[in-house]
Design a protein around this ligand. Structure first.
Ligand code: FUB
Ligand code: ZN
Length: 700
C-alpha cells in the first residue's frame, strides 16, 4: 500500500484543520468552508484594496517571527532593531555582510539576468528568461536580507535599491495575483499544473516573496511588496486552490510557502492563510505522486505521519519550520509529537558536528541514520540555515536550551563557513574534509542555483533578532556577544541589557541589566551544553546551580546597573562520534566553546600531508592544546596547537592491500595546528579535515 493510501480523508482533514477553526464540523465540508468563506474585513474588500494588518505590536516592533499572539509560543521574539551587536565576532561578520555581500549580490543578480526576468514582463527588457525555475526566489531572498539589514538602521542606498526592484517585481504581477517569471509566455500553460507544482517552485518562490515582503515591511512600514504577496495568496491561491470539489489541489513541491503563510497570518489575522498552511502540511490525496516523491519533496503526505528525517534536506527543514509555526498557532498535539520525533532523529543520527544537515549530494538529501560522511558531506548552507530556523521555532515553543544549542552549533560552524571572510564567496556544500586536488572549487561568487548566498545574507542580517526572547516571566538571553538590548519586558517596563565579552574567544561575559524601574522578573541565562562548568554571579554574589544545556533562571528584583558575570569553560574538547558513524571510527573532532576546529594543510609543517597525521593523545599530551590568538590571521582567531604524529610512506602501505603487522607504524612527532572550521578555505586551497585520527601508541 502506498503511503498515500494509508491515510483516510478524515485523518487528512483533521490534521489540516485545528479544533479552534471548527467547533462542529461536517466531514469534507469544514475545511472547505474555513478556506473559502469570505472573512469580514478582508475578502469583503475589493480585491485590490488594502487588508487590515495586525497592530500588535506595530510593524516596527515585530521580531523575526511575530509571536505576540501565538497561543502556543512560550517565548516571544524581540525585534531586530532592539538589539545592537557591537564591535566583536558577529559585528565584523555583519559589517562585511551589509557593506559587501548584500551590495555585491545585487550586482550579481543583475548580471545574471534575475532582475531582467521581471523587467521583461513589463516591457523594460528584451533579455530572455535566465536561470532555473526558482530564480525569482534569489531576488526575494536578497530582498529579505536587505529588509533585515534595514531593520538595524537606515541605509538610503540599500533602500533605494530595494524600492527600484520592488517596482518592477510588483508591476510584473498578473491581474489575478499570480507572479512568476518562468511560467509565462510559452510556459504559461504549465502554470500550477501538477507537474509544475511538483517541480516548478511556484509556491517556493512566492513563499520567499512573502518572507522578503514581511522583512521589508517590518523595516520600513512600506507595504507595497506585502500587498502584492497578499494578493497572490488571497486573490490567486485561496479562491482557486485547496480542498473542495470546486478547487484544484495543491502540492507544495518545495516546502517554504507553509512557514510564509503562517507568518502572513500573524500579520493579517486571516485564518484562511493559516488553514492553507495546514492544508499544505497535510497534503491533498487528490495529488498522487510516486512514493519516492513524498520522501524527496517532504510534502504531499500528512506531516504528522513522518517518522524520520528523509529526502531533500532543505525541503525537510523548511517543512519542519512550517509545521512548528503551525503548531505555535494551533497547538495541534499530533504536530508536536511528530516534531519531537523528527528532532530526536536530527540530533541523534542526522546532524553533523558543525550543525550541517543533509549528508548526500545525490538528491541533496538526508542519508540513512548515522550516514555522515566527511569529504562527501553535502551539508548545504541552506539546510544548516533551515536547521537553525527550525530550532528557533522549537525554542519559542518550549524555552528549552537544547534548541538554542543546536542553533549555536549551526550558526557558528556549518552556517558561518558558508560565506568567505571577505563576504564575496560562498560555499554551497560545507564538507567536513576536503581535497582540492580533486578539482572541486568550494567557494564561489555565484552559483546558477544561487539559493545559499542570499540565504546566508538574510541570516547574518537577521542575527540581532535571535539574541533575546521575552516570556511572561521575564527575558531569555540566548546568544553571547558584545551587544545592547533596548526593549521592554512583557509587562511594559523598559529594559536595557548590555553584554561585554570577547566571546567566542573568551568564556567570560559581563551583563549589565538596567530596567527602567526596579522590577521583579526572571533573567534566563543560557548555559551552553558544550561547557562543563559555568560560574555565574550577580553583583559579585555567586549563583549556584548553573547547569550546562539549560537556562539558569535568575529571579529577583532587578535594578539599574545590576551586573551578572558568567564564565564558561573554553578549554578545547575532544569529541568522539557514535560508533555507527563509521568514517569517524578512531577519530576525534576538536571543539572550543561553540567553535568546531579543523586542520588545514596550509598550517601544518612542510611535508606532512593531512592524510598521514594523527593527534597524539598519549598520556602526557592528551588534550594539551596551546592556544594562540592571532589578530593577523583569518580576521582574528584563536588557533590551537597539539602534539601529533606524522606517518611515513612505507612500501607496503602504497599497495591497496598488504599483510597486517602488529608493529606500531613508524611516525615522527609534529605539532598540528587547528583553525576554526568556519574560517577554512579562505586562503590558498589546501586539504582540510575536521575529524582527525588518534594515535595513542606514541608516548607524548
Ligand atoms: O530547489 C530550490 C533550492 O535549490 C533548494 O532549496 C536547494 O537545495 C537547491 O536545490
Ligand atoms: Zn542553498
Amino acid at each position: 500500500m502506498s503511503k498515500k493510501q494509508s491515510f483516510s480523508r478524515r485523518q487528512f482533514v483533521s490534521s489540516a484543520v485545528s479544533a479552534a477553526t471548527i467547533s462542529s464540523w461536517q466531514p469534507g465540508r469544514a475545511l472547505f468552508a474555513a478556506l473559502a468563506a469570505p472573512k469580514r474585513g478582508t475578502r469583503e474588500l475589493a480585491p485590490h484594496s488594502q487588508v487590515a494588518l495586525t497592530t500588535t505590536p506595530p510593524w516596527r516592533d515585530q521580531g523575526i517571527l511575530n509571536l505576540a499572539k501565538s497561543p502556543y509560543a512560550k517565548l516571544r521574539n524581540v525585534p531586530v532593531h532592539a538589539v545592537t551587536i557591537e564591535n566583536g565576532f558577529w559585528a565584523q561578520r555583519r559589517e562585511v555582510n551589509v557593506n559587501k555581500s548584500i551590495p555585491s549580490m545585487e550586482k550579481l543578480l543583475e548580471a545574471n539576468g534575475r532582475m531582467d526576468n521581471f523587467r521583461r514582463l513589463i516591457g523594460k527588457s528584451s533579455a530572455a528568461q535566465r536561470g532555473p525555475v526558482y530564480s525569482d526566489s534569489d531576488v526575494y531572498k536578497w530582498t529579505e536580507a536587505a529588509g533585515f539589514a534595514l531593520q538595524s538602521g537606515e541605509r538610503p542606498e540599500l533602500r533605494a535599491a530595494v524600492d527600484k526592484i520592488t517596482k518592477d517585481v510588483v508591476a510584473a504581477q498578473q491581474p489575478d495575483g499570480y507572479l512568476n517569471t518562468y511560467y509565462v509566455g510559452d510556459h504559461a500553460a504549465q502554470r500550477m499544473e501538477p507537474r509544475a507544482q511538483q517541480w516548478g517552485h511556484e509556491l517556493y518562490n512566492m513563499g520567499h516573496f512573502l518572507q522578503g515582503a514581511i522583512a521589508y515591511y517590518r523595516a520600513t512600514g512600506d507595504r507595497t511588496l506585502l500587498d502584492a504577496g497578499i494578493r497572490f495568496v488571497n486573490d490567486f491561491l485561496l479562491p482557486n486552490f485547496g480542498p473542495g470539489a470546486d478547487k484544484k489541489p495543491l502540492f507544495s513541491g518545495h516546502p517554504e510557502m507553509e512557514l510564509a503563510l503562517v507568518e502572513l497570518y500573524r500579520i493579517t489575522s486571516d485564518k484562511r492563510q493559516l488553514d492553507l498552511a495546514g492544508y499544505l502540511l497535510a497534503g491533498d490525496s487528490r495529488i498522487q505522486v510516486k512514493p519516492w516523491d513524498y520522501v524527496y519533496h517532504f510534502c504531499g503526505t500528512p506531516f504528522t505521519s513522518r517518522k524520520h528525517l528523509e529526502g531533500h534536506a532543505v525541503r525537510a527543514m523548511y517543512a519542519c519550520c512550517g509545521a512548528t509555526d503551525y503548531y505555535l498557532e494551533t497547538g495541534d498535539a499530533a504536530y508536536w509529537k511528530t516534531l519531537n520525533v523528527l528532532w530526536k532523529d536530527l540530533v541523534s543520527a542526522q546532524m553533523y558536528v558543525t550543525g550541517g544537515v543533509g549528508a548526500r549530494s545525490d538528491g541533496e538529501a538526508f542519508g540513512d541514520p548515522y550516514e555522515l560522511p566527511n569529504a562527501r558531506a553535502y551539508g548545504e548552507s541552506c539546510a544548516a540555515i533551515g536547521n537553525m530556523m527550525w530550532n528557533w521555532r522549537m525554542l519559542a515553543a518550549t524555552g528549552e536550551s537544547q534548541y538554542a544549542d543546536v542553533m549555536e552549533r549551526a550558526l557558528y560552524n556549518g552556517i558561518n563557513s558558508g560565506m568567505s571572510l571577505d563576504g564575496m564567496l560562498y560555499c554551497y556544500r560545507n564538507p567536513l574534509a576536503f581535497d582540492p586536488s580533486r578539482g572541486d572549487k568550494i567557494r564561489n561568487e555565484w552559483y546558477d542555483t544561487t539559493c545559499c548566498p542570499p540565504n546566508l545574507e538574510r541570516t547574518f542580517a537577521s542575527l540581532p533578532g535571535y539574541f533575546y526572547s521575552t516570556s511572561r516571566e521575564g527575558v531569555y538571553l540566548h546568544f553571547y556577544d558584545n551587544s545592547q538590548l533596548d526593549w521592554h519586558l512583557e509587562n511594559g517596563v523598559g529594559l536595557k541589557v548590555r553584554q561585554k565579552t570577547n566571546y567566542p574567544w573568551d568564556g567570560g561575559v559581563e551583563i549589565t541589566v538596567t530596567p527602567a524601574e526596579p522590577v521583579e522578573f526572571t533573567f534566563f541565562l543560557r548555559i551552553p551544553g558544550w561547557t562543563d562548568t559555568a560560574q555565574v554571579s550577580v553583583n559579585g554574589k555567586p549563583i549556584a546551580s548553573a547547569t550546562p544545556g539549560q537556562y539558569l533562571p535568575i529571579r529577583r528584583r532587578w535594578a539599574a546597573g545590576d551586573v551578572v558575570r558568567v564564565q564558561f569553560n573554553m578549554k578545547p574538547q575532544l569529541l568522539e562520534a557514535n560508533a555507527e558513524v563509521i568514517e569517524n571510527t578512531g577519530r576525534v573532532a576538536v571543539q572550543r566553546g561553540p567553535l568546531v576546529y579543523c586542520l588545514e594543510q596550509i598550517d601544518q609543517p612542510e611535508g606532512v600531508p593531512l592524510r598521514k597525521v594523527a593527534l597524539n593523545l598519549g598520556p602526557k599530551s592528551r588534550a594539551q592544546f596551546q592556544e594562540e590568538f592571532r589578530n593577523d590571521l583569518l580576521g582574528g582567531i584563536i588557533l590551537l596547537r597539539h602534539a601529533g604524529a606524522a606517518y611515513g610512506e612505507s612500501v607496503e602501505q602504497s599497495r591497496l592491500y598488504f599483510p597486517y603487522s602488529s608493529e606500531p607504524r613508524k611516525s615522527r612527532s609534529v605539532s598540528l595546528t587547528f583553525i576554526p572550521y568556519y574560517a577554512w578555505a579562505n586562503r590558498t586551497a589546501t586539504p582540510m579535515q575536521v575529524w582527525t585520527p588518534v594515535s595513542q601508541a606514541i608516548a607524548g
